[in-house]
Design a protein around this ligand. Structure first.
Ligand SMILES: [Cu+2]
Length: 151
C-alpha cells in the first residue's frame, strides 16, 4: 500500500516534467510537386509544427533527387510575385508554419530524375540546433493554376 501511494505521488510529481519535455519539430502533409520530364525544378511543401518550448528554424535541406536544394519564399516586387532564397524558415515555439504554393517552399533545383506521382522522394531538413529530420515525401500532382515556375 505504501509503495502504491509512493508511485501515485511520484507520477503526480513527474507528470509536469513530462509535459514540458519537448516534442520537437513534426512534419505534416508533406508532398513534392510532380513535374513533367525535362522540367528542371520542383518544390516540396508541408506543415511544420514546432512542439518545442523554444523557437527553431529550418536552416538547410538536402535531397538526392536535386543538384541543389534551397529554402524559398515568395515576395511581391513591382506587382509581381517572385521567388526569393531565404537563409532560414523560422518555426516559433508552439506554432505551425505552412509551406505552400505561392509562399514558403523547399526548392528542388536541377532534378536528377523525373518526379512521378506517388513516388517517394527522400528529403532531409536541417534545424538550427543541428538536428536533422529525414522524410520520405510523396510526389503529388498540383492542380491547374497552382504552378510554381522555375528560376
Ligand atoms: Cu522556389
Amino acid at each position: 500500500m505504501r509503495s502504491l501511494l509512493l508511485m501515485l505521488l511520484l507520477s503526480c510529481w513527474l507528470s509536469p516534467l513530462w509535459a514540458v519535455q519537448p516534442d520537437g519539430v513534426v512534419v505534416h502533409e508533406a508532398y513534392v510537386r510532380a513535374v513533367p520530364p525535362g522540367q528542371p525544378n520542383s518544390a516540396a511543401f508541408m506543415v511544420l509544427e514546432n512542439g518545442d518550448a523554444v523557437d527553431r528554424a529550418v536552416v538547410a535541406a538536402t535531397s538526392p533527387v536535386a543538384e541543389v536544394v534551397e529554402l524559398h519564399t515568395h515576395r511581391e516586387e513591382g506587382g509581381m510575385m517572385r521567388m526569393r532564397r531565404i537563409e532560414r524558415i523560422a518555426l516559433p515555439a508552439g506554432e505551425r508554419v505552412r509551406l505552400a504554393p505561392g509562399g514558403l517552399h523547399v526548392m528542388l533545383i536541377g532534378l536528377r530524375q523525373p518526379l512521378r506521382v506517388d513516388e517517394l522522394v527522400a528529403l532531409e531538413l536541417q534545424l538550427d540546433d543541428g538536428s536533422r529530420i529525414g522524410l520520405d515525401v510523396p510526389v503529388r500532382a498540383l492542380g491547374a493554376g497552382m504552378g510554381h515556375q522555375g528560376h
